[in-house]
Design a protein around this ligand. Structure first.
Ligand SMILES: [Zn+2]
Length: 267
């Protein structure tokens, strides 16, 4: 069986690794644009302009962060987990790009750094497989209504920007260590091993609206119903001006002229 690398189907969007090396090398000259702490069981939205980076920082130890991303100028364009999985894989690490859905289908943000040092042989990763938790999913799984969930936190983050639940779809999960069983395809979660000050950093390829939730699953070792045992820690967000403007990607895929389908319709 011959396996094909699907990323090669997008030569126009081939990763320019040297560009992101340059973005990383410029870190000493970054200037901080914004820095704030998000308390446990809450969320907050912010703008990262194109050419800026944003870091999601472990403020006091391991804590899961759910992060949703929109084009700030046209919120119909937002992060697509399935397109990203197809083009870049489900693991978020250095040089992973977060893609939008058609008709845009372009990188919205690129991961330029991850300071978490995983133990040797660890195959758990930042990801976007688990979408976000919510009071409804917690109730369905554990039978307890009314508990906090990332859905309400992410909404708390976007409401000041005029967005509603209708605008919230997919998101990424940072510091929620995720593993896929190669046989069953099912996912498993391990406790986060990040240290205070560890961060994952993204470069904004366009003006972004970002919402970050402090997940009630805490470090991933317990579930939200174990509120006595759970340790839910704050997250810090830092936004930096890099001084480096992103490469331009086409705003939308150009409409194709209608052509006859070369295959006859099945009868
Ligand atoms: Zn959550």
């Amino acid at each position: 069986m011959v396996a094909r690398d699907l990323t090669q189907m997008q030569p126009r969007y081939a990763l320019d690794a040297a560009f992101y090396d340059r973005v990383r090398a410029a870190k000493p000259s970054y200037t901080m644009a914004e820095s704030f702490v998000i308390p446990p069981y809450s969320g907050r939205g912010f703008i990262a302009k194109k050419g800026q980076t944003f870091r999601v920082v472990e403020e006091t130890g391991p804590q899961i962060a759910d992060v949703a991303i929109w084009n700030a100028d046209d919120v119909r364009e937002q992060f697509s987990a399935m397109r990203t999985w197809l083009l870049d894989g489900w693991i978020i690490r250095k040089n992973s790009r977060m893609w939008s859905e058609l008709p845009w289908l372009r990188p919205m943000a690129t991961c330029i750094d991850d300071t978490v040092v995983a133990p040797a042989g660890c195959d758990y990763h930042h990801h976007f497989v688990g979408t976000h938790c919510g009071p409804e999913t917690v109730e369905k799984r554990f039978g307890i209504p009314g508990l906090n969930g990332c859905r309400v936190n992410l909404l708390q983050g976007i409401e000041p920007f005029g967005l509603t639940e209708d605008d919230l779809r997919e998101n990424i999960n940072l510091h929620e260590l995720n593993r896929m069983d190669p046989v069953t395809g099912r996912r498993a979660i391990a406790r986060g091993d990040a240290k205070t000050g560890d961060y994952v950093e993204f470069y904004a390829e366009m003006d972004l609206l970002v919402s970050v939730s402090v997940c009630p699953f805490g470090d991933g070792s317990h579930n939200p119903t174990m509120w006595r045992e759970n340790v839910v820690r704050p997250l810090r967000v830092e936004v930096y001006e890099t001084g480096i403007q992103p490469k331009a990607f086409p705003a939308r895929m150009e409409p194709r002229a209608a052509e006859p389908n070369p295959r006859p319709a099945r009868r």
